[in-house]
Design a protein around this ligand. Structure first.
Ligand code: NAD
Ligand code: GLY
Length: 367
């Protein structure tokens, strides 16, 4: 039997000068010594996880890190998007201070995007910055949130409104962890995989269409390709625009509408990926109404989103409420909402749109 992680394909590199790092993608990495070689040295590590993921994987990570760090501490957060907030973030600082952790301490985010975003923000701010490693265990986190250094917590008035850009020292994607992911969460992750097609890579869009059943069946090779190609595209975009001065905003395709759904319904009602999937349908309809793409392309991507098990009709919050929530979006400028639209199949851009057009999209796309 091969050793865990022995069939390692080369990591995907995020090229950001002195903040560059690798994304390792393979099955069995949690138990592979090579996955943890060369990390920043320190006397202590802190594993940050949650009540769902810690019982599944923390012991294995702890064993792997025990060979490298004299002390391996652990903090277990409550699970859920509704806990991506100040009181939960504080639990990480409480643990760091209680254990007397110094500024070399390395944080390990073991979980999905919620744990990853909060651990990254804690790492960015504890003693003005300590190293951290992303160990994503959801498809969504492996293809998107663990990569690129966006860290944040939510505010009741707006999603991910308080945070920092802070890059991890490494990302370790153990594909085996996806075996325990609930089906609804797998679908949510597929929303962010599908996203990369219409905004950047039509060949990848076609590949997803052909391999969606395999992805839903958790075929190992299909998942490996989806994670790798998604990370490659994200690396390309983030490498050009780390702090979202321009290009990086295209990665927020579907997110302006999606964040409004999440905040409007109350965090945790719809999963982030579900809101993004539905938000992409709305953004496609806006692109169509702006005369940028034809209905056939909008319907093609919408059909894929539906096949992935994601909602394509949004909740009826009322157009006024959607508009109010979308004005809190980070892309908004001077109170004007800016949307990621598909400029042409395979290419995205950011632009404003008349409220009237947005209202038409919402009238047709919510129920
Ligand atoms: P999540 O972190 O809430 O995880 C989803 C659920 O799956 C949770 O209940 C979690 O405990 C559980 N889980 C995680 N791994 C598991 C496993 N292997 N087996 C069984 N259960 C498991 O949600 P998510 O979809 O991973 O991430 C969504 C979050 O990511 C949102 O807060 C979103 O804003 C953020 N995000 C951030 C970025 C970024 O660039 N930083 C990008 C996209 C999304
Ligand atoms: N998920 C969007 C970004 O990382 O920019």
């Amino acid at each position: 039997m091969p050793a865990p992680g022995s069939s390692l394909s080369p990591p995907v590199r995020i090229a950001l000068g002195e903040r560059s790092y690798d994304i390792a993608i393979a099955a069995g990495l949690l138990d592979a010594a090579s996955a943890w070689d060369g990390l920043p040295s320190a006397s202590a590590a802190l594993i940050v996880s949650n009540t769902t993921v810690a019982p599944l994987y923390a012991a294995r990570l702890r064993a792997a890190l025990g060979a490298r760090y004299a002390q391996v501490h652990e903090v277990v957060l409550p699970d859920g998007e509704e806990h991506k907030d100040w009181p939960t973030l504080n639990l990480i600082f409480d643990a760091l201070l209680r254990h007397g952790c110094d500024r070399r301490t390395v944080l390990f985010a073991l979980g999905g995007g919620v744990v990853g975003d909060m651990t990254g923000f804690a790492a960015a701010s504890y003693m003005r910055g300590v190293p951290f490693v992303q160990v994503p265990t959801t498809l969504l986190a492996q293809v998107d949130s663990s990569v690129g250094g966006k860290t944040a917590i939510n505010h009741p008035l707006g999603k991910n409104m308080i945070g920092a850009f802070y890059q991890p020292a490494r990302v370790v994607c153990d594909l085996d962890t996806l075996a325990t992911l609930p089906g609804r969460e797998l679908s949510a992750g597929l929303a962010e995989v599908i996203k990369y097609g219409p905004i950047h890579d039509l060949a990848f869009l076609a590949w997803i269409e052909q391999n969606l059943d395999a992805l839903l069946a958790r075929d190992r090779a299909a998942l490996a390709h989806a994670v790798r190609r998604s990370c490659e595209i994200k690396a390309e975009v983030v490498g050009q625009d780390e702090r979202e001065a321009g290009l990086r905003a295209i990665l927020n395709f579907g997110h302006t509408f999606g964040h409004a759904i999440e905040a409007g319904l109350g965090y945790g009602q719809w999963l982030h990926g579900e809101a993004v999937g539905c938000g992409m349908v709305m953004a496609l309809q806006l692109s169509r109404r702006l005369g940028l793409v034809d209905d056939a392309f909008a319907q093609r991507v919408t059909a894929l989103i539906a096949r992935a098990g994601l909602p394509t009709v949004g909740p009826d919050l009322g157009a006024d409420r959607y508009l109010q929530l979308m004005r809190v979006d980070k892309k908004a400028e001077g109170g004007q909402i800016r949307f990621v639209v598909i400029e042409a199949p395979g290419r995205a851009g950011v632009r404003g749109a008349p409220d009237e057009l947005v209202r038409q999209v919402l009238a047709d796309g919510t129920r």
